[in-house]
Design a protein around this ligand. Structure first.
Ligand code: SAM
Length: 247
């Protein structure tokens, strides 16, 4: 997968050399480039912002550097299958919620282009113009406001990269974790069996895999019901067996 990130703070992305993302970059699974938006400014101060039309607090990112950046990183017009151009992702608290389902959708793309907003955000015409050439999605990490899009891109990229084939040592992890099947994962334990007076549940030490599976399923349902009743409400009834309903 090719990924381009445009930001006025390229230094934010230094951690992308670490751990499994760093490995995915090193082995070519992820071809990632970070670009400084100010490369596409032409004044001595390398200005990227200005006051908002209509008044109000803060500054808005000017369209010209963004337009030039997108022209450079996504040249050309929209093809009938939309595949010669990247999918543009713009982090925004006003975007669609980022979910594991969206992470899967993005992991299937061949080229993602992230535009990191700062100040009050990016002039709307940048997104409207880009949308005439490529798919554009504004994505929100949650119902709160960050300083800028950089941290949001790190989160989105991490969630997407771990879904790329070959990135996780054990791909089975993806099938058993929170949000894989609309539930939260059951509690996890490792050695020692007893620690500070707290014991690992007996069933997990029993070696009885049918009992362990049932225990994990029950714990997963109970935890999801307690913490995320919205997720329980969204479960398809046909995915629940008789014991699930009793739990
Ligand atoms: N004026 C914007 C609003 O009220 O919707 C908030 C701008 S925020 C201070 C600056 C930038 O941070 C945004 O352009 C976006 O890139 C990023 N950002 C802030 N909160 C975010 C969130 N919840 N999800 C994704 N990106 C966010």
């Amino acid at each position: 997968m090719r990924v381009d990130i445009v930001s006025i703070f390229p230094e934010y992305f230094a951690p992308l050399d670490l751990s499994l993302i760093g490995k995915a970059r090193a082995n070519g699974t992820l071809r990632l480039a970070v670009h400084d938006l100010r490369t596409w400014t032409h004044d001595v101060h390398r200005t990227v912002d200005d006051t908002p039309y209509g008044g109000g607090p803060g500054m808005v990112m000017r369209p010209e550097p963004w337009g030039e950046a997108l022209d450079a990183l996504a040249p050309g017009e929209l093809s009938p299958d939309g595949h010669t151009l990247p999918r543009l992702l713009v982090p925004s608290p006003a975007g669609v919620p980022f979910t594991q389902a969206l992470a899967h959708e993005l992991a299937a793309e061949s080229h993602l282009l992230f535009a990191c907003g700062r100040y009050e955000g990016i002039d709307q015409r940048v997104l409207d113009h880009a949308a005439t050439r490529m798919p554009v999605t504004e994505v929100s990490l949650g119902d709160y406001v960050l300083f800028g899009g950089e941290v949001a891109v790190l989160v989105i990229l991490e969630a997407v990269t771990r879904l790329l084939p070959g990135v996780l040592g054990n791909a089975g992890s993806l099938d058993e974790e929170s949000h894989a099947h609309g539930l939260l994962e059951a509690p996890l334990y490792t050695k020692p069996a007893s620690w500070r007076g707290l014991d690992v549940p007996e069933v997990l030490r029993s070696g009885d895999h049918a009992r362990i599976d049932r225990w994990r399923r029950d714990e997963s349902l109970l935890r999801t019901a307690a913490r995320r009743p919205d997720m329980i409400g969204a479960l398809a009834p046909e995915t629940l067996d008789k014991r699930d309903r009793a739990t």
